[in-house]
Design a protein around this ligand. Sequence first.
Ligand SMILES: *[C@@H]1O[C@H](CO)[C@@H](O)[C@H](O)[C@H]1NC(C)=O
Ligand SMILES: *[C@@H]1O[C@H](CO)[C@@H](O)[C@H](O)[C@H]1NC(C)=O
Ligand SMILES: *[C@@H]1O[C@H](CO)[C@@H](O)[C@H](O)[C@H]1NC(C)=O
Ligand SMILES: *[C@@H]1O[C@H](CO)[C@@H](O)[C@H](O)[C@H]1NC(C)=O
Length: 249
Amino acid sequence: MTPSALRAFLALLLFTVMFQSEAARKGNNRTLNSAKPALLQLSDYLLTHYRKGVRPVQDWRRTTNVAIDVMVYAILSVDEKNQVLTTYIWYRQHWIDEFLRWNPEDFDNITQMSLPTDSIWVPDILINEFVDVGKSPDIPYVYVRYHGEVQNLKPIQVVTACSLDIYNFPFDVQNCSLTFTSWLHNIRDINLSLWRQPELVKFDKSVFMNQGEWELLYVLSQFREFSVEGSDSYAEMKFYVRPLPWSGM
Ligand SMILES: *[C@@H]1O[C@H](CO)[C@@H](O)[C@H](O)[C@H]1NC(C)=O
Ligand SMILES: *[C@@H]1O[C@H](CO)[C@@H](O)[C@H](O)[C@H]1NC(C)=O
Ligand SMILES: *[C@@H]1O[C@H](CO)[C@@H](O)[C@H](O)[C@H]1NC(C)=O
Ligand SMILES: *[C@@H]1O[C@H](CO)[C@@H](O)[C@H](O)[C@H]1NC(C)=O
C-alpha cells in the first residue's frame, strides 16, 4: 500500500467508526420501519404487552381520576305512572392511562390515535338510577393522546327511575338525578370529577333537540363522597336534569 492509499484507508476506517457510533447513539431513538404504517407500529408498541385487566398506574397508591360530562340530547319521555324518565345523553369521560404513553417524535409525530375500547382498561362507571338498559349504540373506539389521556365518548339512552311530581303533572318542572359512580372501586382507586366547569354544564343546550313535549331547563352537577355503613368511601357525580313541559313559544 502506498502512503496515500493508507491515508485514504485510515480516513475511511475512521469515518466508518464515527458513523457507527453515531448510529449506536441514535439507537435509543426508535427509528420507524418505513415498510410498516406508523399507526400500526404505534398500536403494536402500546398494546403488545398491555394488560387491560389492571388499573393503569405505575404506583398502585395513585388514584385514577375520571372526569365525566353529560350533555342532554333529548328528553324522550317523562312517564309519571311508572315514575320513569327516558333521556338520550351524550356521555363522555377521560382519564390518564400511564401505560398508553409515547414520544410523538418516535412515531412520525402522531399525537393522538384511536384504539379499540375493548383492548384497554376502562372504568366501571354506571348510573345508579338505571332501570332499563336502553338502546345505546356500541362505540368501538377511544381516543388516546400521547401523554396517556384516554377519551371515551358515547351516546346513551338512559331509562332511569325518578320520583316525578304528579300533583301538578305535567305542569311542574321535574327534577331527576343521574348518579354516576364506579360500582366496585372505592375513592382511593377511582375518583370522579367534572370534565367542564359546572356553569358550562348547567346551561349547555348546544346539542339539545328541542322537538318533544319537554323542554330542558338546566342540568345541575354535584360531587359527593359517600360510604355504605362504615365501609369504604366511594365517589359519585350527580347530574340533576330539570325537564319542564314545553310551553310552545
Ligand atoms: C430521533 O430522531 C429524529 C429523526 O431522526 C430526530 O428529529 C430526533 O431529534 C431524535 N431524537 C433524539 C432524542 O435523538
Ligand atoms: C415533527 O414535528 C417537528 C416539530 O413540529 C418537525 O420539526 C419535524 O419535521 C416533524 N417530523 C416529521 C417526521 O414530520
Ligand atoms: C333536586 O333534587 C335533589 C334531591 O332531591 C335536591 O338535592 C336538589 O336540591 C333538587 N334541585 C332543585 C333545584 O330543586
Ligand atoms: C375526589 O375528587 C374531588 C373533585 O372532584 C376532590 O374534591 C376530592 O378531594 C377527591 N377525593 C379524593 C379522596 O381524592
